[in-house]
Design a protein around this ligand. Structure first.
Ligand SMILES: Cc1cc2nc3c(=O)[nH]c(=O)nc-3n(C[C@H](O)[C@H](O)[C@H](O)COP(=O)(O)OP(=O)(O)OC[C@H]3O[C@@H](n4cnc5c(N)ncnc54)[C@H](O)[C@@H]3O)c2cc1C
Length: 538
């Protein structure tokens, strides 16, 4: 038996935890048989910032400390949640040779769905329209340096999906067994083991790019086929079931079931899914701009001083008025950069990215306002995509049609005037001075204004002369959701499994990965259930 001890002061890198734990538990150090750090976070609420930690602890006698504050028994759920359980150990029946799943999309959802299927012995085929990561990095860098946008391989399409050019924040509010599975696999594939205990873990785009080739080779090692530069244009449906896919070059692959993890930017694939008969409904989104400040301003606002040896400060701000639209900050990237994240020609969309060291001069985050489906131009499931697209198109045109992004100083935005000059920003294509009210619908612009006033009280200087808005941030979540049955198939097309962020069931790298695992797991349970005595072995 073990116990969970929470809220203990973390002794520091390389320092033993036993003396601190012994003091907290009022036991001699020798009574602590084993201690493992399972969660660490910075408590920045007090004047004295301190790291607090949770430990899994084995004692000679647990009963003596149970009932104390911050101490409870370690459970089986904790064991799963923190990644101490290995699903590969579960004995399963052999995967039937005639069931050959396809996974479309090699973002977090597709990669983890393919991995889970391959681990269960499925002959899985993973397809992605974009390039392998090394090639993709070259394509994206070329675009950011003023070259052509490749509409098939870019910041959102290609190996690793939208998570590749990201901050690589890998925390999520969900806490369950699959989370431990995802983190354990990331570590096996080369991620820093510290991600398993860091409460606000992030990888950084550089680390993500290192992990992806290992992920690909690992999948191939398990027997999966992985193909890039292959776009799925249609889904073959016969008698209400998906029996294959049609590729961009006309090739027909008759195999399935088909997991569709194509993200929220593949508008053509959304259309193909609707054409195939998959039922979807429009859902609310949140839209706005990226706000960028010098990181030092955020450090000062959060820590009350220069950061010294603390990590670059982060924030998460919300504005929930009694009347009117709520707004919040999202995907904050300390020490990061604002990036051009369009996959569509002649559109501007921004997002945020950082490297593992988070050493850039700037801090940015999305500042976004709720939008309801009633505001979309139509009632059909794809109406939200058209709403986003119209804003992205306006942004491209008003910023001069060269992929520079419309920008406005926060002060000027609040005063309702176009900025006469703009500060230097991290945005690779450069920015153009535009009154953002010409791009964002009034409801959104008004919501941003109100939120900015409040956020300036939360972090002094937030709406001051050093803040700049770079727009538009339109792709924060999928504006539609595909309905799924209990086994996670489309509720209207069997053997078609919409998964991840694009399907409307995730919002971020880890939640997309979790949905991919869950989707695959439903197929694993169907085709290779747990073995019982007397059935064919697996
Ligand atoms: C710049 C940026 C920064 C981000 N930062 C973070 C962050 O720090 N933390 C976080 O949690 N989230 C972040 N996100 C969001 C996160 O990346 C997504 O939530 C996540 O990647 C969604 O995963 P997914 O697998 O569902 O879809 P995606 O990652 O979008 O992957 C979809 C894949 O499908 C492929 N595809 C699409 N259509 C087809 C087709 N027809 N045929 C074949 N392949 C197709 C695409 O090429 C793509 O590779 C960021 C996103 C961006 C763009």
């Amino acid at each position: 038996m073990a116990i969970l001890v929470s809220g203990v002061e973390w002794p520091g890198e390389g320092e033993a935890a036993e003396p601190v734990l012994a003091s907290v538990l009022e036991l001699p150090e020798a009574a602590i048989l084993h201690a493992k750090l399972i969660r660490r976070s910075l408590d920045a609420r007090q004047r004295r910032k301190r790291w607090v930690a949770n430990y899994k602890v084995e004692l000679a006698d647990e009963a003596a400390v149970l009932g104390r504050r911050g101490v409870r028994l370690w459970t089986e759920r904790d064991e799963e949640r923190y990644g101490f359980v290995d699903r590969r150990d579960i004995r399963r029946q052999a995967w039937p040779a005639d069931v050959r799943p396809v996974v479309v999309g090699a973002g977090p959802a597709g990669l983890f769905a393919a991995l889970r299927l391959a681990e269960a012995g499925a002959p899985v085929l993973l397809l992605d329209r974009g390039s392998e990561v090394d090639q993709r990095v070259k394509q994206v860098n070329s675009f950011w340096r003023g070259g052509e946008l490749d509409p098939e391989s870019n910041v959102v399409y290609g190996e690793g999906g939208a998570g590749t050019f990201s901050d690589g924040k890998i925390y999520t509010r969900r806490r369950d067994g699959d989370l431990g599975y995802v983190f354990a696999r990331l570590v096996e594939l080369g991620a820093d083991p510290a991600i398993q205990s860091e409460a606000w873990a992030h990888l950084g785009t550089d680390r993500v790019r290192e992990i992806l080739p290992r992920f690909r080779e690992h999948l191939r090692g398990l027997g999966a086929e992985v193909r890039f530069g292959v776009r799925v244009d249609d889904f073959l449906v016969e008698d209400g079931r998906c029996v294959g896919v049609v590729l961009g070059d006309g090739e027909v692959l008759r195999r399935g079931p088909v997991v569709v993890a194509t993200g929220h930017s593949a508008r053509d694939t959304y259309e193909a899914l609707v054409r195939a008969g998959a039922e979807a409904i429009a859902r609310p989104i949140a839209i706005g701009a990226r706000i960028e400040h010098p990181q030092a301003l955020i450090d000062q606002g959060r820590y009350g001083r220069e950061r010294g040896d603390l990590p670059p400060a982060s924030y998460r701000l919300t504005h929930s008025p009694e009347r009117g639209r709520s707004a919040h900050t999202f995907c904050m990237c300390p020490g990061g950069m604002v990036v051009a994240a369009t996959n569509h020609l002649e559109r501007v969309v921004v997002n945020g990215m950082s490297f593992a060291a988070r050493r850039a001069f700037w801090a940015n985050s999305a500042i976004i306002v709720e939008v309801q489906p009633a505001e979309y131009p139509g009632q059909d499931p794809l109406a939200g995509l058209r709403f986003q697209d119209a804003i992205e198109q306006r942004a491209f045109r008003l910023a001069g049609g060269d992929y520079s992004a419309p920008a406005q100083r926060v002060e000027d935005f609040l005063a309702g005037r176009t900025s006469r000059e703009l500060p230097r920003t991290s945005y690779p294509h450069g920015v153009s001075s535009v009154d953002l009210r010409e791009i964002l619908p009034e409801g959104i612009a008004g919501g941003l204004r109100k939120a900015l006033h409040q956020f300036d009280r939360d972090i002094p200087g937030f709406a001051g002369p050093d803040g700049v808005l770079i727009a538009p941030e339109t792709r924060t979540t999928a504006p539609l959701r595909f309905s799924r049955d209990r086994a996670l198939h489309s509720s209207t097309v069997g053997d078609l499994l919409p998964a991840g962020e694009g399907a409307g069931y995730a919002g971020g790298i880890i939640s997309a990965a979790l949905d991919g695992v869950r989707t695959a797991e439903s197929l694993v349970e169907r085709f290779a259930p747990r073995a019982t005595v007397g059935v064919r072995g697996g």
